[in-house]
Ligand binder design. Sequence first.
Ligand SMILES: NCc1[nH]cc(CCC(=O)O)c1CC(=O)O
Length: 301
Amino acid sequence: MRVVVVGTRGSALALAQTRFVVERLKESWPETEFKIRTIKTRGDQGASPREEAIFVKEIQEALLSREIDIAVHSLKDLPTQSPKGLKIASVPRRQDPRDVFLGKAAKRLKDLPPGAVVGTSSVRRKAQILALRPDLVVRDLRGNVDTRLAALGSGEYDGIVLAAAGLIRLDLRNRIDEFLDPAEILPAPGQGALALEVREGDDLAEELCYALHHPPSYHRVRAERAFLRGLGAGCLAPVGALAHVEEDGTLRLEGVLLTPDGKSFIRAEIEGDVSEAEELGLDLARDVLEQGGREILAQIR
Ligand SMILES: NCc1[nH]cc(CCC(=O)O)c1CC(=O)O
């Protein structure tokens, strides 16, 4: 019997995610032996989007070279196009997709005094925070979750914004002061979801992963990523998206594209049947581009 090697990078969050996945895999396939291998990437979670893409690639290379058989990724860090020879075998049930606020001066983003300093690592968060509160100062805050919590503790920031999912997976839910309302701050496409990636043709690995597949989560992230792809905005533009699937099979997708300073933005929504998740994402992107998104993208470039 083959030992199945599940690979990830070495950050605390990546390891927590991978342990969780391997536990579920073992429950589903008690006869199969799974092993975790951490791949040393040159960086850690919370790097710049460009760097994140390089780390993802290093994991994908380990998959292609058969060093590992299943890769566990944060879906939002995964490029919308799979490399040749690899495929996403499953998307497990999604964790809370929202961004959260952790405050020092106040426990809600809205209650921060004018001029307060907010730390965040993403252009999307920065633009949406400024759209809501142009009087705040948003400063870059990178590094893994621990680094960011330490920066809040040391008093450099009056508050920080990060993904709920990372904190929850690290058992730090109690540090969250406020879940930001997606009506005001839309998360990154795919935020809170994992992707299990395998080699094309490795039917065993694919079947093992499929036990964890959660179709509603998959449809949601497919719509959100299609929206991102349809904008053709790349990873540096402030783009947010969030889809929901209702009991009756209706998928509702909201998306936003902003200028980096948050001064202008186009926000729109669409709904349709869940079976058309990708088309809905692409249609919404077309909508946003036509409503002024093209000008915003031209401004960013
Ligand atoms: N780019 C960093 C990153 N990639 C995945 C997560 C955790 C949340 C998730 O799974 O979406 C984080 C941290 C953050 O954005 O706060």
